[in-house]
Design a protein around this ligand. Structure first.
Ligand code: MN
Length: 355
């Protein structure tokens, strides 16, 4: 297991790399470049990021948010140009030491919350929160406006302004599209990129829908074991893998998260893990909890044991944390609670190693 940390780059992230390096057991980052979907990432810019990360004594083997352009997801004729750019980016990342690319194939919204800073009554910290009842009154355009207002000035992954500017047009393109239609477009994409990944030694890892059920009538195809069975079958290859995010899949109590890890771990189809805990508050109603099992509803020991038993060499990062100790930062991506989460997960791992 390689313990890693998401980092937005020195211009966009208030957390210095040396703080991340000081978290015990931290080996590297799940990094990203803030680029619009569809562009071919510039190598000089990426190389500079790699050099900066290496200079801090950390690795950069996992990259997140190489976003898939909506024209690919909706199957437009213009998709081939964007797929060519994606392939060029895969090759560039591989040349610069990247082993895993985390992405998603979600229409329009890659994650959704109704409150980015809901106070947790027990201790006064706050975390990301979702209640479908609150969403009921809001359409997609209103939730976008609210999320932007609540983001404290930070850009949020999946909520990039250029993507959202086209929201109305994009939503129209999905009208009438079924999950099967979306999978046809997905297969076209995978058939193009996975052979390239095999050739250059990179694994694609698909992040689940978050929350793990359909929203706004959009087709969503990555929120259960059955969904992922279909995804890995679209193009059967060790390079076509799952980014198993326990908090995203676990937002739906119907998903048995440790069983999902075992299932895809045994198949060698887990490219990376996001590990966090969720507290259920009702139907389609939850908040994010600290990583400690007893503060939420996921069994974090069972999750780490499933990783230990079936995919012990994978990359793990503590996913979203709460905001604690009056930290001001990007919702979900503060330093303190994620550092506590990493320490706790590393503690579980040490116990599993010694048992
Ligand atoms: Mn995640």
């Amino acid at each position: 297991m390689k313990m890693t940390f998401r980092w937005y780059g020195s211009k966009a992230d208030p957390i210095p790399l040396k703080y991340i390096k000081q978290i015990p057991g931290m080996t590297g980052l799940m990094g990203l470049l803030d680029k619009p979907a569809g562009v071919d990432w510039p190598e000089d810019e990426f190389r500079a990021l790699v050099d900066e990360v290496h200079a801090a004594g950390l690795e950069l083997e996992v990259i997140e948010s190489v976003n898939v352009h909506e024209d690919i997801k909706t199957g437009l004729p213009t998709r081939d140009e964007y797929i060519d750019n994606y392939i060029s980016t895969i090759k560039m990342l591989a040349r610069n030491g990247v082993k895993v690319i985390i992405y998603n194939f979600m229409p329009v919204f890659d994650w959704l919350r109704t409150d980015l800073a809901r106070v947790i009554p027990e201790d006064g910290s706050n975390s990301l929160y979702f209640d479908e009842k609150d969403l009921g009154a809001m359409g997609p355009l209103e939730i976008v406006r609210k999320t932007a207002e609540d983001s404290k000035g930070f850009t949020l992954p999946g909520w990039e302004p250029e993507r959202l500017a086209l929201l109305e047009k994009t939503l129209k393109q999905y009208e009438g599209m079924t999950p099967d239609d979306l999978r046809v477009h997905y297969k076209y994409f995978l058939d193009a990129v996975i052979p390239v990944c095999e050739a250059v030694g990179v694994r694609m890892a698909c992040h689940p829908d978050d929350p793990a059920w359909p929203i706004f009538g959009l087709p969503r195809i990555a929120h259960s074991i059955a969904d992922y069975d279909k995804i890995v079958a679209l193009h059967d290859s060790p390079a076509n893998t799952v980014c198993l995010c326990t908090g995203s899949l676990g937002s739906n109590p119907d998903n048995d998260v440790p069983a999902a890890i075992r299932h895809f771990g045994q198949m060698d189809r887990i490219g990376a893990m996001h590990v966090r805990n969720v507290k259920y508050l009702g139907h389609h109603h939850f908040r994010e909890a600290s990583h400690l099992s007893s503060t939420g509803d996921l069994d974090m020991y069972a999750i780490m044991k499933a990783i230990h038993d079936t995919c012990p060499d994978t990359y793990v990062r503590p996913d979203h944390g709460r905001m604690i100790w009056d930290e001001v930062g990007r919702p979900g991506y503060g330093l303190y609670d994620r550092a506590l989460g990493a320490a706790y997960l590393n503690g579980l791992w040490e116990a599993l190693e010694r048992a």
